[in-house]
Design a protein around this ligand. Structure first.
Ligand SMILES: Cc1cc2nc3c(=O)[nH]c(=O)nc-3n(C[C@H](O)[C@H](O)[C@H](O)COP(=O)(O)OP(=O)(O)OC[C@H]3O[C@@H](n4cnc5c(N)ncnc54)[C@H](O)[C@@H]3O)c2cc1C
Length: 277
């Protein structure tokens, strides 16, 4: 008898995808490595992406939020740890988010629509460079990753540079940022689904300003503008615009209008963290 999964579906005109359901994170890593197929968390990014590209994987490795430490938020001496399979809506309404990252609860309501937020995970959002990635970059988040060689904890920026296709993100830890001033703003098309054009994050950790951006030009810690601002005592003064523009252009942000918008956004966010509003 033929395998129904290998036959073309007459309506969709494609083969069914075999969803593998491993019992443990290590089995998930082995399956992803053996079959060279992606992990699936909420599936909210995978589904429209493969639909758009008309190119579907033969198999997917489904992740399981019941695996230890993969879901939920906890704080300890290291800061706030967030399981990768926590949904965006769960994170938005969690009391620890109000304590550590007050502006995030409201901001998350502007990430996609309620259906995507209910299914989509914070780990998936980081993995695809979504809005949370700029915040995570500005906060110097550390990620907890499993792969064939074992487990490791490393800065997000390093993981994104070195990431292997079978790396499984278990969660991430935000340093104790209670009392830090955090402002964030996003720019996108509101009328239809499209990725965010740009999300800018400005953090004042009590000592220094940190700036990060994600969106059309990719995820970037704005190192030169940070230095420029931190070398000046008054955050709200000094023309950081030209430095922002140069940094963005040098890192692939080609749209001059978008860079102009980011210059304005930066000035606004810097004033907010300067005033503590
Ligand atoms: C209509 C719509 C609107 C959206 N609007 C916004 C928006 O305004 N702002 C924004 O930031 N995002 C937006 N998104 C993106 C959304 O945030 C992501 O789709 C979601 O967070 C992805 O999470 P997921 O669990 O569904 O990931 P999946 O779709 O399951 O996976 C996405 C990718 O991440 C990988 N992955 C997932 N989890 C892990 C893990 N634990 N370890 C390793 N790899 C992993 C998968 O292999 C896959 O490559 C939108 C999406 C849609 C469909």
């Amino acid at each position: 008898m033929s395998d129904p999964l290998s036959e073309l579906n007459p309506v969709t005109e494609r083969r069914a995808i075999r969803v593998l359901r491993p019992d443990s994170p290590s089995e998930a890593v082995s399956l992803a490595r053996r079959f060279k197929v992606p992990y699936m968390a909420g599936g909210t990014w995978l589904q429209p992406t493969h639909e758009r590209d008309q190119c579907w994987p033969e198999k997917l490795v489904a992740l399981n939020a019941a695996w230890p430490a993969f879901r939920g938020l906890e704080d300890d001496s290291r800061g706030l740890t967030v399981g990768a399979l926590t949904s965006l809506s769960e994170m938005a309404r969690h009391p620890l988010v109000r304590e550590y990252l007050p502006p995030l609860a409201l901001f998350l309501n502007r990430v996609a629509g309620p259906g995507v937020r209910a299914l989509g995970t914070v780990g998936g959002n980081l993995a695809v460079g979504g809005d949370l990635s700029a915040l995570a970059m500005a906060l110097d988040v550390r990620v907890d990753v499993l792969n064939r060689t074992g487990e490791r904890t490393l800065p997000l920026s390093r993981w994104l540079r070195e990431r292997a296709s079978d790396d499984l993100l278990r969660g991430f830890t935000i340093p104790d940022c209670r009392g830090w001033r955090i402002s964030l703003e996003k720019l996108g098309y509101r009328e239809r689904f499209s990725p965010t054009r740009a999300t800018l994050v400005c953090v004042h950790d009590g000592d220094r300003v940190r700036l990060a951006v994600c969106g059309e030009g990719g995820l970037l810690r704005l190192v030169a503008p940070e230095t420029f601002v931190n070398d000046r005592a008054d955050l709200a003064s000094g023309d950081v615009g030209a430095v922002i523009d140069r940094e963005l252009a040098a890192h692939g942000w080609q749209d001059a209008h978008l860079r102009m918008a980011l210059r304005r956004m930066t000035t606004g966010l810097l004033s907010e963290v300067a005033l503590g509003t």
